[in-house]
Design a protein around this ligand. Structure first.
Ligand SMILES: [Zn+2]
Length: 181
């Protein structure tokens, strides 16, 4: 009986050791997985920042633009495709802006906020900016100071914008050359 005792202790020790090894392995695996996830996220945001927008984004923008153009055709009997430029040169957190320079109308979308707000960009911003562009095109230049007028709101809704609130922020209508290229 007494002889058995050391055995038990050895066995226990062995078990403890194996448990420790297991714990170490689990710990290591967790760390490796975490590092991989981090690296993957970093890679994704890096490629997003330094490359063109993904094709899936382009497709959604294209489809929404077609919808806006169809609505324009239906409600205003014209179909003007304005240049729609995705850029990361925005200074602030604006979603988009419309510029008017000697009759040239361009729409810019902010790439920097696109990833986190893609649905809003698609459902609201494109029609919002297109409404500004169409207002310019139709000669509502004098409304610049009051860019989000009742007429603008009507246009935004007619073009298929989901959120056509009359914002007070006027900074996204630019009446000259754009401050970036
Ligand atoms: Zn606006």
């Amino acid at each position: 009986m007494i002889n058995n005792k050391p055995y038990v202790i050895i066995l226990l020790k062995r078990d403890t050791l194996m448990f420790k090894k297991k714990l170490e392995l689990i710990f290591l695996t967790t760390i490796i997985l975490a590092v991989l996830v981090l690296a993957y996220n970093y890679y994704n945001s890096y490629t997003f920042k330094h490359n063109n927008i993904p094709n899936s984004y382009k497709k959604r923008i294209f489809l929404k633009e077609q919808e806006v153009l169809d609505n324009m055709q239906k409600n205003y009997n014209i179909r003007i495709k304005f240049p729609l430029i995705v850029t990361d040169k925005f200074k602030g957190r604006l979603y988009g802006l419309t510029s008017y320079d000697k009759g040239n109308i361009k729409i810019y979308l902010n790439k920097k906020v696109m990833k986190e707000s893609l649905d809003y960009m698609i459902n609201s911003v494109i029609a919002h900016e297109y409404a500004h562009a169409l207002m310019f095109q139709r000669g509502y230049i004098h409304e610049t100071r009051e860019g989000h007028s009742k007429e603008w709101q009507k246009t935004c809704i007619n073009l298929g914008g989901e959120d056509c609130r009359q914002y007070v922020n006027q900074k996204e209508i630019i009446m000259s050359k754009i401050p970036f290229r």
